[in-house]
Design a protein around this ligand. Structure first.
Ligand SMILES: Nc1ncnc2c1ncn2[C@@H]1O[C@H](COP(=O)(O)OP(=O)(O)OP(=O)(O)O)[C@@H](O)[C@H]1O
Ligand SMILES: [Mg+2]
Length: 313
């Protein structure tokens, strides 16, 4: 079953086409990532899909319901963590959580248990009496994410939820989301942190200028758009122009360069398994010694930059 179905969706602000005729669908239990540069249209898309602003044109079904006809029902079954901060300076963490639970009609005893569990899960237990204004930026963001889990939902939208979170808090939050997905939740997620997208997302849509450029798994995006692999090695002898010349002539090698800072060589190749044995043979012939070697895989960031730049060109 498709939890999100989007067909020919556009959202214009005056002349500005913030979303420009996009179509995609998200299956139940999927983590779907929306990646794109600043101003690409991610937040606008989330606002439309969560019924906060109306679309200019197109059809959207959320959890099987028409966005224009059943907004109320949709709102009752989704959660959203917005990009913009929302906080109430006079209120403590605990009271803020409680108010949010009340807003969602969570029964008192369930509410108390959930609040305690969530405060612990999101590392907020020690600051539960602290007023919102005195929280650190990361703590405030944690609160914004944590309180969304007070109510039941089938689909959660998160707009850069981990901004300002330290590495440990970020990993804990991502693992918490993964656990929710295992229990059947579907997640629509935006981030600028590519490792995070790779860790969490089953599929990723890359968006720029309001248009979806491509949709695929992180693995396939890297395969299709990532640069070739790089074989990185150092020589005990430091450097050797003879070796560089020999390596350059190999058919499988597109480029070899030496890093000025640490003297390491980088060979760009799509076939490291062929190049590495040849490299050892050449080194032996020249009486050189390879002191370290490893293969660097293309990253999702490489792929993302390539995708976005290609469309600009
Ligand atoms: N209320 C608005 N009125 C006019 N233009 C808007 C409005 N909201 C957004 N825009 C414009 O629409 C485009 C998309 O903005 P949006 O906030 O969706 O981008 P984004 O992908 O979320 O960017 P970021 O990564 O910076 O959060 C931008 O060019 C922005 O200036
Ligand atoms: Mg945004």
């Amino acid at each position: 079953m498709n939890v999100i179905e989007v067909e020919g969706l556009s959202k214009h602000y005056g002349d500005k086409k913030a979303i420009d005729d996009i179509s995609f669908s998200v299956k139940k239990g999927e983590v779907f990532g929306f990646l794109g540069p600043n101003g690409a249209g991610k937040t606008t898309a989330i606002k439309v899909l969560t019924t906060l602003i109306p679309p200019t044109s197109g059809n959207v079904r959320i959890l099987g319901h028409d966005l224009r006809k059943d907004a109320k029902h949709i709102r009752s079954r989704i959660g959203v963590v917005q990009q913009q901060e929302s906080f109430d300076p006079g209120i403590s963490v605990e009271v803020s959580m409680n108010l949010y639970g009340l807003l969602w009609d969570v029964p008192k005893d369930v509410r108390a248990k959930r609040i305690e569990a969530l405060l612990k899960q999101f590392g907020l237990y020690e600051v539960k009496k602290t007023g919102d204004a005195d929280l650190s930026m990361g703590q405030r963001r944690r609160l914004q994410v944590a309180r969304e889990f007070l109510h039941d939902m089938d689909l959660l939208f998160l707009d850069e939820p981990t901004v300002g979170l330290d590495s440990l808090a970020r990993r804990a939050a991502l693992d918490f989301l993964k656990e929710k997905v295992k229990q059947g939740m579907t997640i629509f997620f935006t981030t600028h942190i590519l490792e995070e997208a790779e860790y969490l997302c089953d599929r990723i849509a890359v968006i720029n200028y309001g248009k979806i450029i491509t949709i695929d798994t992180p693995q396939n995006l890297k395969r299709k758009f990532g640069q070739s692999k790089s074989v990185d090695f150092t020589l005990l002898e430091g450097s050797s122009s003879d070796l560089v010349r020999s390596v350059e002539h190999l058919d499988e090698v597109s480029k070899i360069a030496q890093d000025a800072s640490d003297g390491a060589y980088h060979i760009m190749t799509s076939k490291p398994e062929v190049v590495i044995p040849m490299l050892y043979q050449l080194a032996e012939k020249l009486n050189l010694h390879i002191s370290s070697i490893y293969i660097a895989e293309p990253t999702l960031e490489d792929a993302f930059i390539k995708i976005v730049q290609e469309v600009k060109a």
